[in-house]
Design a protein around this ligand. Sequence first.
Ligand SMILES: [Cu+2]
Length: 319
Amino acid sequence: MSIRKYFGIGVAVLFGVVLSSCNSNDDLGSQDIEIPGVTFDGDIDCCSAEEALQIYRFIQTVKIIPELSVTIDDKYNVYAYTKSGSFHNGYNDIYFVATKKKNGNYIKNFDITALKPVMLMVKMNMKHSTPVSAGVSSFNGNYLAVKRGWISFVMNTSDAGSWTLAFDYSILGSKGTTSETDITVDALPAGQAWIKSFKVGDDTYYLSLVNPLDSKTGKNTVTAYVSKKSTPATTPYSLAQEQFEIEIDPRMPDMGNHTSPDNVALTLQSDGSYQGTLNLTMTGRWRIHLTVKDAQGKVVAGGDELSDGYSSLYWEISI
Ligand SMILES: [Cu+2]
């Protein structure tokens, strides 16, 4: 009893936050606002009221992608979110939650087992996919019912072509694949380039820089993924099995290409990502010139081929 009372207080506090953030309408009694999942009714497939509140709070930090909302077997709803409510060129985190249609409660255990983005290149009449996360897993220990994956788009939507996204799901016994849904992938602003490719023999690899806009002045832990282009190219590109090391040489092209000290090459981590240290000593536009070495330490991409002596393989970010 006391536990439910505690949750009741939690809900009331949350309503207070919601109302004060848009405090124009005093007629909105808290009882008129429905937070999905907060009606704790002992549904064992679903979250407790406390978990539901965590999810609800998390969802306030991201934006829904309406076109990717689907109803499954007339029993479940799946909602997809990104930070901005849209997709852009390069790396995008994508989040999913699932609810029961009949009561709106968040479902604790479900899986999105594959993300399947495909671009139709209209003029060339060919299709290709793009790098994706190995799977979609729980956000973290606090957000078991929020799943997170990523897609790194090699191209944006343009006259050259457009994207669709489908995904495989498994929700309380319902399994299947959603239909291919049209999505828009926006170009990045000038001064930003977050995905680059290189070739080793006949194989094409993609280097996806993770959420570079989170970088701040000073030393940043920088994360990237190396993905391998699939055959056929319509199969989503999974993480490369080969091991690399990615040396970074950040330069400011607008300021005489000065660099910064104490950068650390990106190396493979146990979770499949690459991590290193990127030191951005000031705000502005940075080119992060890359030299990629294979497991034997041999340079396989990048180097000093630009006329100014810097690698032509680079990410570009503006902070
Ligand atoms: Cu394309």
